[in-house]
Design a protein around this ligand. Structure first.
Ligand SMILES: [Zn+2]
Length: 320
């Protein structure tokens, strides 16, 4: 899910200011306080074959309601869907859960977290890894599903844009790279998206450790890219296989399950091409169910993984 509407940029700046002041003034406006408790354990380990997977909590965005959030559903429908899933309908809860996988040959991070540069209630990835005894410098590959801020800002230091994982190979979709690094894209983007394109163009082309993947390909032993365009032009998912065990890391093919799995026909405001995103969503979900593949999603409820089943015209996620 992408996170920078113009209103949010303004809101985030306000929040950042509030947090910057917090250490001196010791006051945070109640409206800015996080209402959703974080998970009791900030890391969750599970296995896919011999692959050791660790979900790492980066934080959550308690997204204020916006009638335009789902292009083809009303606000009441969205609130009803959240409520029916047992969630609050006060806001849209959007957790950020990067996935770390130790394949035995590689230590792979799937999406880079928010880097503390998207929402003040997120940016805990590195701290939580270190607290769990995992050294971020040991990460050998970072797989990026797409170039929205909540997935790539964790690659860049705030202020300097210096690389956070300079020794890792950063695996990206060539189509996604081509879209965002095209100088002509900037004028065609909504104003709120232009700073993102500018930041990408100022950084990625100078990075020597970025590997662009055309189509679907093996990007590490046991890990392949899966085309899932629509959310962004070059959005990709990843297929992990170890022995007979399989898992799909879906990035933002699905986002908040109460909205995008239960009603896959809903087109999120951040789906750049809604109909294409829906086709990718349904195709990936059907493959996952048919082949009994485990599913991990960046915005799923903690710990971000489960099994998928048909649920009426949509799908339901069973958390692990
Ligand atoms: Zn996202």
């Amino acid at each position: 899910m992408s996170i920078l509407s113009r209103r949010d940029v303004v809101a985030s700046a306000g929040l950042a200011a509030a947090f910057g002041l917090a250490s001196r003034v010791v006051h945070i406006a109640p409206a800015h306080a996080q209402k959703t408790p974080g998970p009791a354990q900030l890391l969750h380990k599970y296995k896919v074959g011999t692959f050791e997977c660790t979900a790492v909590y980066d934080g959550i965005w308690e997204k204020p309601h916006d009638p335009a959030f789902i292009k083809n559903a009303g606000l009441d429908d969205v609130k009803g869907a959240l409520k029916a899933a047992g969630l609050t309908d006060e806001f849209v809860p959007i957790p950020f859960t990067p996935l770390l996988v130790d394949t035995g040959r590689d230590l792979v991070l799937f999406d880079a977290g928010t880097g503390g540069q998207v929402q003040p209630t997120a940016g805990k990835l590195l701290d939580n890894m270190k607290a769990g005894g995992i050294d971020p410098a040991k990460i050998t590959k970072v797989m990026i599903s797409h170039f929205h801020p909540d997935h790539i800002f964790g690659l860049m230091e705030k202020g300097t844009n210096a690389q956070v994982f300079p020794n890792a190979e950063i695996v990206v979709s060539a189509a996604e790279y081509k879209f965002w690094t095209n100088p002509a894209v900037i004028t065609g983007l909504p104003e709120a998206r232009r700073p993102l394109a500018n930041r990408i163009q100022a950084t990625f082309p100078t990075w020597k450790n970025m590997r662009q993947i055309e189509g679907e390909a093996e990007v590490a032993p046991g890990i392949r890219t899966v085309a899932a365009p629509g959310h962004t032009p070059g959005h990709i998912a990843f297929h992990l296989a170890s022995g007979n065990a399989q898992m799909i890391y879906s990035g933002d093919t699905f986002y908040q399950p109460a909205l995008s799995l239960k009603t896959p026909q809903w087109h999120g405001a951040f789906d750049q091409d809604g109909p294409l995103a829906e086709r990718s969503r349904r195709a990936l979900a059907d493959r996952i169910i048919t082949d009994k593949i485990m599913l991990s999603g960046y915005h799923f409820p903690w710990p971000g993984a489960g099994m998928l089943a048909k649920d009426g015209p949509g799908y339901a996620l069973t958390s692990i």
